[in-house]
Design a binder for this molecule. Structure first.
Ligand code: TRP
Length: 336
């Protein structure tokens, strides 16, 4: 899949690590928010990407269909260009050493720091009685994920930045206590367009059902696009529209050519193009954009055991690193 390349930072060559909970088929928001950058980073870094299936257990809803969701998500990864020959693709739960490290890190993690993490405060507000111990420790496990592979660079969205900030604090405390074992990981924030869902207001998300799947058929995509909310003030076809408030226009900026974007802007503001026509044009542009991805995905999906084999090989590589790190960790801690 093509797309605007993110610019690689000058400090090429470190180890990148990122993960995603197994949410099943990915949507446009996931692609532009993370996956596209993961693909690009392969050119400059030693990349480790994993399925955060243990983290998925913190919210029980996400454990339904764990296997199927993992397979679908990893197919999307591969179809989008994550290359198992260049990147280590693996499953979090299959490297149990990370859970051991999580336990040791929990001993040097101040409770107050965990309670100040924004995502924790949010969960506390949303479901005070549904809070589990694992959710409080979410950033501790996330820290173990990063540092067990000695990763120094963590590409995540702004919402995850506080977690990595806490990872740095945990690393400083661990190193302070037991010696310089781990590098302090850095967040790599990349420029990502924020993708709103079909409701035109909220960020695209599967749970809000306002999303467009990368792997959807062209027909499904068109159907979804046709339900998109446009400028609410444009009540009649003859009313001039305001493209600057319209999410269909925002998406044209990503998927359509500069010329088409200019024509649509003009046609909308002088009411020569109606919203229906505008949406048809967008659906076609999205389908053209995703066509190579969808072809590749169908091809990958037809190969039996492909996902299993890729993940088995990646997990073996990842685990070898984790096992070495843990030998050092136990030694530094001073276990008999
Ligand atoms: N917390 C991340 C998310 O919800 C997933 C994740 C788990 C992660 N461990 C990680 C991301 C380590 C980066 C590094 O999307």
């Amino acid at each position: 899949m093509t797309g605007l390349p993110v610019e690689l930072p000058p400090n090429k060559g470190g180890r990148v690590l990122s993960g995603a909970r197994p949410t099943g088929r990915l949507h446009l928001g996931n692609y532009f928010g993370a996956l596209r950058n993961w693909v690009t980073l392969q050119d400059g870094y030693d990349c480790f990407y994993f399925v955060a299936d243990v983290h998925a257990l913190t919210t029980v809803e996400d454990t339904q269909g764990l296997r199927e969701n993992t397979r679908e998500m990893v197919l999307d990864w591969l179809a989008a260009g994550l290359d198992p020959d260049r990147s280590t693709l693996f499953i979090q739960s299959r490297v149990p050493e990370v859970l051991e490290l999580h336990a040791y890190l929990s001993m040097v993690t101040p409770m107050g720091s965990l309670q100040r993490v924004p995502s924790f405060k949010e969960q506390m507000r949303l479901r005070p009685e549904g809070l589990n111990y694992g959710l409080v420790g979410y950033p501790v496990l996330q820290t173990a994920d990063i540092i067990i592979y000695l990763a120094d660079t963590v590409p995540v969205g702004v919402d995850q930045a506080p977690h990595v900030e806490l990872s740095r604090e945990i690393v400083r405390r661990f190193n302070g206590q037991f010696g310089e074992v781990f590098p302090e990981p850095q967040v790599l924030l990349s420029e990502t367009p924020s993708i709103r869902g079909t409701d035109g207001e909220q960020k695209m998300s599967k749970s809000l059902d306002n999303h467009i799947e990368l792997a959807a058929s062209a027909e499904e995509t068109t159907q979804r696009v046709m339900t998109m909310v446009t400028d609410p003030q444009r009540a009649r076809r003859t009313d001039p529209g305001r493209p600057w408030v319209c999410n269909v226009y925002a998406l044209h900026n990503i998927f359509s050519s500069d010329d088409a974007v200019r024509d649509i802007y003009e046609g909308c503001t002088n009411a020569t193009i109606g919203c229906v026509e505008d949406k048809h044009a967008l659906a076609n542009a999205i389908n053209d954009y995703l066509w190579p991805f969808r072809e590749r995905r169908a091809e990958l999906q037809s190969r039996p055991h492909l996902v299993e084999d890729v993940l088995a090989a990646g997990t073996e590589r990842a685990r070898a690193v984790a096992v070495r790190t843990m030998e050092e960790v136990r030694d530094r801690i001073g276990f008999f």
